[in-house]
Design a protein. Sequence first.
Length: 266
Amino acid sequence: MPSDLVTFWGRCDLTAPPHAHPDDLPVLSRGSGKYIDAEPRTFESFVASGRFGDFTDHRLHLSLLPIPYGGNLAHADIIVLLLNPGFSYTDYYGEMRMPAFNRRLRMNLSQSFEGVEFPFLWLDPEFCWHGGFVWWEKKLREIITLIAAERFKGRYLDALRNLSTRLAHIELVPYHSPSFRGHALINDLPSVNAARRFVQDALVSAAQAGSKTIIVTRQEAAWGLPKPSEHLVIYKGGQTRGASLGPDTPGGKAILKRYGIETLAH
């Protein structure tokens, strides 16, 4: 049975932009377009537009599919909580020029993983050209290398595949932007409330019981979670900048501990 969060996103019509949850649109539309770019854009029209190369434009891209979560939420035992999906030019290119990538994004949203070897899309080498893979693989590279050495006889691909079955992420705000400037919207967005409820109701108790690990890298206060504990890791202060997951960080150590590789987490 799908979770309430997946059911919530099942109500979102993604046949044409703007790609936003219908409950979110009234909130996102505040400020006469201050927070969103709702104009339908293809890869070609985006490149031809004034937004291409304008690094001061921090509006949310609603021509891109929302990414409220990634990975198999029902089976993942390592969950990373983030603020919102970033943005790179490969987002437009991938969604509008690469049908296989677009299909996998939609499968992820519906949590349909039949026949999928890498449920955590951002660790699938098939999409190594995409900015999402580049970001996640680099962030986790040292961890994956250690997992490969300890559990898979040094085979990096096997470790990548295994972590992809165990890792998930949840975004507080599910819409792409190069940097996030819509903090005034957070507490009013129904999608934010849906994400928070799922984490608080379905994941926190599992972390407290020791069956899952939650790593909060951004917006700790906005997630409304209890105090940190063994399996609830919360980044604070300077730790949130870059949200590193290297082997010497709290999050990296927590991932290695989930694999039983505590001796290497130093």
